[in-house]
Design a protein around this ligand. Structure first.
Ligand SMILES: Cc1ncc(COP(=O)(O)O)c(C=O)c1O
Length: 253
């Protein structure tokens, strides 16, 4: 049974809301940066006070405790996304970093005749990495237009996705218009052409568990900081082999 949403109880979870006199803080900028509930702050403090150490770089007691917590978080994210293999979840420093990793790995294999399809509804995070790839590899970028009511114009997808299209990288939900796209038909079209689909889920992932398999996305990126989380983010990749083929160290972006 689903419990009714109780805003009063929910607000109690956030020290920042309690620190203002009742009703004095109306925070509406969640799409850019959401507030952090006390349980997340506690998890951060626990890390610093109980197991502060490098993750994946030590074998002493604290490092092992930190590794364990890190891997537990990876499993929790995988469950949230309906991903069967937790190793497909890759923690990065942000959604932008996730897209950069894709551009620097998958993108590095593209050739001048290859095309990437973006849309006119993208956050600059999902434009600039591809423009930089165009400079490096000479690929062509095309844009899916938007409808008058601010949605991806999927009616144009069939004509714009061709045999040259190697990647379609579009927002799952727009940070400008709020429109959420039913991407399943788009994924079908993309895969029929032998192409890959990357979704920018920064505005959709925080709304509730996602059935990633149903979206048909090959790559899915989103942000922790829009998600009542710490400034920590994940990129989810359905095709781990492509990402692990990169020679670039994600930490260097
Ligand atoms: C749709 C969308 N994509 C990408 C980003 C950038 O995310 P990050 O700051 O994690 O790089 C944002 C940020 O709010 C966003 O709203």
């Amino acid at each position: 049974m689903q419990m009714a949403f109780d805003p009063e109880r929910f607000a109690q979870e956030f020290s920042i809301l309690k620190s203002f006199p009742k009703g004095n803080l109306h925070y509406l900028d969640n799409a850019a940066m959401s507030q952090v509930p006390d349980c997340v702050i506690k998890a951060m403090v626990d890390h610093e006070t109980l197991r502060r150490s490098n993750v994946k770089r030590g074998i002493h007691h604290l490092a092992e405790a930190a590794n364990e917590a890190f891997e537990k978080a990876r499993v929790q994210v995988a469950v949230y996304l309906g991903v069967n293999h937790a190793e497909e979840v890759i923690f990065t420093s942000g959604a932008t970093a996730g897209i950069n990793i894709l551009a620097l790995s998958f993108g590095q294999n593209l050739k001048p005749d290859d095309e990437i399809l973006l849309s006119h509804l993208e956050h600059h995070s999902n434009i600039i990495p591809w423009q930089m790839l165009r400079q490096r590899r000479g690929v062509t970028i095309r844009y899916l237009p938007i409808t008058d009511d601010g949605r991806l114009n999927l009616d144009r997808a069939e004509e714009l996705i061709t045999d040259r299209t190697k990647l379609v990288a579009v927002s799952h939900g727009s940070n400008v218009t709020g429109a959420i796209t039913d991407v399943t038909p788009l994924a079908r079209l993309v895969h029929d052409k032998g192409s890959k689909l990357m979704l920018d889920g920064a505005q959709v992932a925080p709304k509730g568990p996602i059935d990633l398999a149903r979206t048909g996305a090959d790559f899915y990126v989103f942000s922790g900081h829009n998600f009542n989380g710490i400034v920590f983010y994940v990129a989810v990749v359905n095709d781990i082999l492509i990402i692990s083929a990169t020679r670039h160290d994600p930490c260097s972006f």
